[in-house]
Design a protein around this ligand. Structure first.
Ligand code: ZN
Length: 175
């Protein structure tokens, strides 16, 4: 076989694997302990904010409530950001990034391997949430954006967590 065609085929196979993996399902749990279907708004994702659109979901809970990892993954950031306050970012399956913000405390360190349900920190109102009731701002970033669906304000670089939460709580009921 022609060498060029051979390498092209390998490249296409790798690319296809990446795309399929990126959009495949992964095990998901609600990242706030004791949360329910009523802890968050159904229209949280894409809701208008001053100058941008909301790229995640706010899960409201008492300050100090445990925040746990919604997926498996590796901690790629633990630190303080001006908007997010105390923030933890986890790289999970399907190349999704899980962003946990406004934390009161954090339990993670860079490079930590997490399983579903492992401690991330506690719910707080750090960063730009200091005048807001305590909540977890949770976003799922995606490396291969669904630009063909919605490229409004960069929303396509994020996955809507609300349907995932709804499905999770729906499944809990059926046990
Ligand atoms: Zn938020």
């Amino acid at each position: 076989m022609n060498k060029k065609i051979y390498f092209l085929l390998i490249f296409i196979t790798l690319l296809a694997t990446l795309v399929v993996y990126n959009y495949s399902d992964w095990k998901f749990i609600s990242p706030v302990k004791g949360s329910s279907r009523f802890s968050y708004s159904q229209t949280a994702f894409g809701a208008p904010r001053v100058g941008h659109k909301h790229k995640g979901v706010d899960i409201f809970a008492k300050s100090g409530t445990p925040v746990i990892s919604a997926s498996k993954g590796i901690v790629i950031y633990t630190g303080v950001l001006s908007l997010g306050g105390n923030v933890v970012v986890v790289l999970g399956p399907a190349f999704k990034t899980h962003y946990y913000a406004h934390l009161k405390t954090t339990d993670t360190r860079l490079g930590m391997i997490l399983n579903n349900g492992d401690p991330i920190g506690t719910v707080g109102n750090t960063g730009n949430a200091k005048n807001t009731p305590s909540h977890l701002h949770y976003s799922i970033g995606t490396m291969l954006p669904k630009w063909y669906k919605d490229n409004n304000n960069g929303l396509s670089f994020y996955t809507d967590p609300v349907p995932l939460l709804n499905k999770y709580f729906e499944n809990l009921k059926n046990f």
